[in-house]
Ligand binder design. Structure first.
Ligand code: GLA
Length: 729
């Protein structure tokens, strides 16, 4: 068997080509230096057929592990590729043609992809073909050895003379010959995104994904397969992160022979993609990682990958401005003077940027009108946008603006002029979400029209930040353009249109910080992070619920990508009252900002805000670049949530804990601090702003801190938060 190995520092990924040209997947795991085809077994399996040219009843694709299984070649498990001829001929039979190695990491035109220096990555291309069906598939692999990451995508080309139709085109398939696994996936809803679910896989299949047009609040396109015994600190686990922000599907299945298959990629529902002769389709990219060292180590691989090889632009490497957003302070009810007042109060406390949220344009005084009319409402602002921006700049603050380019209100000039720009099915009342319709971003002229309007606004004033929102799920996916495109292409083309919009924005405004948003975290995925280095994590700003949301998000995404703000109490979403120190501790495990009317807080709280800002600046290097450790799963292990950041060399750490409940005469919780040097000694100093009761400790052993930790204070009061600066002596 011809072996094709891919090695990273600690992992090996191996494929094998059989003498008939079938591309098998042999192995993905800890680094090995031998051929892994010895794992394959051949038996005459009932009801598992044999390829037409193979005169051997023990050879069946239904039992062998495959690299990119296609429909119609005798594998009855879930395929990665389902293709048919426009004349109805089903399936294809892909055989190995050639492979080659290239320096550097491949890019995918129009789609987000991991990038790396020419010397930090290599690309493998494996070409498979079925000349009879007119199908050629180039499997691309990006190998980043130092990161222990391997990326994949497939480019499917019509090499025949007749149209073919793709019914499914996944990005990744991973077959496992043996072992029992758990699938960890991340589900949720608006206001409670990315809750980890750990499910023991057994015979049958578990499918997941989104049909909402976005990656969604409900299911994130990041999954982990883990040994049953894998914990945060030990055990085999594999991650797959899909760099895509639209409909997707994943499946984890255990077959008749107890073999496991994991697939992730474009969703087949609503996808039916014709390819004309010569035309090709590139699937979105999937980034895979493996570690034998548990879930924390796996998350840290994704944190490193996304920070330095997915996020782009100036703000990838520098601290983001601490911002104040007016949304929860005013909602739609503001004037230019009110915005400047909010900025003035914030500037006095050290906040660095004012973000003007929804309501500054068109006739947008509530959420029923105005979307699509990206013209400044000067009557509401009391003058041109530039005046407000200049007044904010004069306070020493930068200025940011909210947009929602993909949307249109029926009550808008844009909709009245171009009703065909919205997704609607002729003769049917469209489904409305937040009283708005979705613009057909699969059409370049629609993207152009909206982009030009928004660029004209940005060009009017000194705007340093854009919050790009998207506030409904997509329905009525029917393109009303002149060149009516095939229904099954539209949803994917829409996502390409959104990426095109973002690429134009960052090309024209290279120093602009863009924050992604979709009703909070409805499009929190690695694809979006290629354009927006931070994403508003959730519309739920309640500190206690945010702990769970940020904890779940941290499995696949770095802390510095999570938009997190201190908001007012009682919290607007839950009514809960938490101390301002606790709200800040939680928001500091994120990009950190404020979203409340600071003129309404007490003098004591204002002093606290000043200190919080100084604290965040002081520890930014650890928050952004340190290793992140989940210490207690909120609400599951104990009634204490805790996490810490540690410098890569273990020289310092920032440890935070929040009590989730309060008891009379309760037990003491011990919280560890990880990522330290076991035989070093550390001093622990409570960080200013911690709740009462935090003690300082001197000369504590790194091993003791990592294994047992320190006792949390037992003091009355709800939702206390404490942080310690941990410094090696
Ligand atoms: C969404 C966002 C909020 C806010 C509103 C404005 O819900 O997530 O932060 O911007 O829209 O309408």
């Amino acid at each position: 068997m011809k072996i094709i190995p891919l090695d990273t520092k600690h992992t090996t990924y191996q494929m094998g080509v059989t003498e008939q040209g079938f591309l098998l997947h042999l192995y993905y795991g800890s680094k090995v230096d031998c051929d892994m085809d010895y794992l394959l077994t051949y038996y005459d399996r009932g009801f598992s057929g044999n390829p037409g040219d193979v005169d051997d009843r023990t050879f069946s694709l239904d039992a062998l592990p495959q690299e990119y299984p296609s429909c119609g070649a005798g594998d009855f498990r879930s395929p990665s590729l389902a293709v048919r001829g426009a004349d109805g001929t089903p399936g294809c039979d892909l055989r190995y043609k050639t492979h080659r190695w290239l320096d550097g990491k491949y890019a995918i035109p129009g789609l987000p992809a991991v990038y790396a220096d020419q010397t930090a990555a290599r690309t493998l291309e494996v070409v498979l073909a079925d000349p009879g069906a007119g199908v050629e598939v180039t499997l691309k692999y990006g190998v980043l050895p130092e990161l222990d990451v391997i990326t994949r995508c497939a480019v499917i080309k019509n090499t025949g003379s007749r149209e073919i139709i793709l019914d499914k085109a996944a990005s990744v398939n991973l077959d496992f010959l043996c072992g029992g696994y758990d699938l960890i996936h991340f589900t949720g809803r608006h206001g409670m995104e990315r809750m980890p679910q750990r499910v023991k896989l057994g015979p049958g299949s578990l499918t997941l994904g989104s049909r909402r047009g976005t990656s969604s609040h409900q299911q994130n396109p990041f999954v982990i397969l883990a040994d049953h015994s894998a914990t945060e600190d030990a055990g085999a686990c594999w991650g797959i992160s899909l760099l895509y922000s639209g409909n997707f599907s994943g499946e984890a299945a255990v077959d008749q022979f107890s073999q496991t298959r994991l697939t992730l990629g474009l969703r087949e529902w609503g996808f039916d993609y014709p390819l004309a002769p010569g035309e090709s389709l590139a699937t979105p990219e999937a980034a895979m990682a493996y570690t034998a060292e548990g879930l924390t180590a796996l998350s840290q691989i994704y944190h490193r990958l996304i920070r330095r090889h997915v996020c782009r632009g100036k703000y990838r490497d520098i601290r983001r401005p601490i911002l104040i957003n007016n949304w929860e302070a005013t909602y739609f009810d503001f004037t230019g003077d009110k915005i400047v007042d909010i900025a003035r109060q914030a500037a006095e406390l050290g906040v660095e940027m004012l973000v003007l949220d929804d309501g500054w344009f068109g006739r947008r005084d509530d959420d029923c009108a105005g979307l699509g009319d990206w013209k400044v409402n000067e009557a509401k602002l009391g003058g041109p946008l530039k005046d407000v921006v200049d007044r904010v700049n004069d306070l020493g603050m930068a200025f940011g603006l909210w947009i929602e380019p993909e949307m249109v209100s029926e009550d808008s000039d844009l909709y009245r002029a171009h009703p065909d720009w919205a997704f609607t099915v002729p003769g049917r009342q469209p489904v409305r979400g937040r009283s708005q319709l979705v613009l057909d971003f699969s059409r370049p002229e629609v993207v152009d029209g909206v982009f030009n309007q928004i660029a004209a606004v940005i060009d009017q004033a000194n705007i340093k930040y854009i919050k790009m929102d998207m506030n409904r799920s997509i329905t009525d996916v029917y393109s009303n353009g002149q060149a009516r495109q095939h229904y099954g292409k539209t949803m994917h083309r829409y996502v390409l249109g959104v990426y095109d919009f973002l690429e134009r924005l960052i090309t024209r405004y290279p120093d602009m910080l863009i924050e992604g948003c979709s009703g909070g975290g409805g499009r929190f995925d690695a694809g979006m992070l290629y354009y927006t280095p931070q994403i508003w994590c959730s519309d739920n700003t309640d500190a206690i619920e945010r702990i769970r949301i940020q904890h779940g998000t941290s499995f696949g995404y770095p802390i510095q990508t999570m938009g997190a703000h201190v908001s007012a109490v009682p919290n607007h979403q839950t009514g809960r009252i938490t101390p301002i120190g606790t709200r800040a501790t939680v928001a500091m495990a994120g990009t950190f900002g404020y979203e409340l009317d600071l003129s309404l807080i007490t003098e004591e709280e204002k002093e606290a805000v000043k200190n919080q800002i100084a604290t965040y600046k002081r520890y930014w290097h650890l928050i952004a670049d340190g290793r992140y450790y989940r210490l207690h799963e909120p609400g599951r292990d104990t009634e204490m949530a805790a996490w810490n950041f540690a410098a890569a060399d273990g020289s310092e750490a920032l440890l935070s804990a929040v009590s989730l409940d309060t008891h009379c005469n309760g037990p003491v919780t011990y919280v560890p601090c990880k990522g330290l040097v076991p035989d070093a000694r550390y001093d622990l100093t409570p960080v200013e702003g911690s709740a009462p009761g935090a003690k300082a400790y001197k000369k504590i052993s790194g091993a003791a801190l990592m294994e047992t930790g320190i006792p949390m204070p037992l003091i009355p009061g709800e939702y206390n938060a404490w942080s310690w600066a941990v410094v090696r002596r």
